[in-house]
Unconditional design. Structure first.
Length: 96
């Protein structure tokens, strides 16, 4: 009986590790792109880096986003995933 507990907990740990790896991979493949009114790219960073920056300097991130919006810049999330690769996780928004 005691032998099945370590195996099941190991499987749970492996599942969590796989899920975290998938999320990190998606964060690297998705990018935050800021474009000016002429549709030129002003800033392009991976989402993972944007999250780290927002946690490290929330005031600067808020000010930067406000200035970008006031300056008529567009902020988009773009997926830069290679063709043929499937996302590690899927989020169902319920919208059609």
């Amino acid at each position: 009986m005691s032998e099945s507990k370590p195996e099941s907990s190991r499987a749970a740990v492996d599942a969590v590790v796989d899920a975290v790896r998938g999320l990190v991979n998606e964060g690297i493949n998705r990018r935050v792109v800021v474009r000016d009114s002429k549709d030129d790219v002003v800033l392009e960073v991976p989402v993972a880096l944007g999250v780290v920056a927002a946690l490290a300097a929330p005031v600067a991130t808020t000010i930067g986003a406000g200035v970008a919006l006031i300056g008529r810049c567009g902020i988009k999330l773009e997926n830069r995933q290679q063709p043929g690769n499937r996302p590690a996780t899927r989020v169902d928004t319920g919208q059609v």
